[in-house]
Ligand binder design. Structure first.
Ligand code: SF4
Ligand code: SF4
Length: 128
């Protein structure tokens, strides 16, 4: 399961993510990281059996934690199956089926928003 972590600036000094990994033994994969001098935002992929404990430990440290159930919204009614999203997505979320229609493997999404900008029909939107 994916978690969105927002680190306030005062947490920058400590290796919180490393501490949570060591404490839980969770094999956490960092899908996306936006970090600058004033804040940090990570999207991490956590094994389902560890996600509650991982979220709890981050919250105890003052990190804002949100579970991301869905990362990308696809309006199938607007989609014309042009394939533009296939060529730009870095994680191969979009595929053609044998009828040359698009389908999504949403669990691969890292919420980069590249496809949202690339879709000529505005059939894609990131989910907050
Ligand atoms: S870019 Fe938009 S219209 Fe084209 S296949 Fe993807 S979702 Fe459909
Ligand atoms: S947001 Fe990024 S990773 Fe997710 S489907 Fe769109 S291009 Fe792919």
């Amino acid at each position: 399961m994916k978690l969105l972590l927002r680190f306030p600036s005062y947490l920058h000094e400590e290796p919180h993510t490393a501490e949570v990994i060591l404490e839980t033994g969770a094999k956490i994969n960092i899908d996306r990281a936006n970090v600058d001098a004033v804040r940090g935002e990570l999207i991490i992929d956590v094994p389902r059996d560890k996600v509650e404990r991982v979220a709890e430990l981050f919250r105890e440290r003052g990190v804002e934690v949100r579970k991301l159930m869905k990362l990308i919204a696809w309006d199938e009614g607007r989609c014309v199956h042009c394939g533009a999203c296939i060529s730009v997505c870095p994680t191969d979320v979009f595929k053609f089926n044998p009828l040359w229609e698009i389908y999504l493997e949403e669990e691969k999404c890292i919420r980069c928003d590249v496809c949202v900008k690339a879709c000529p029909l505005r059939a894609l939107a990131s989910v907050e």
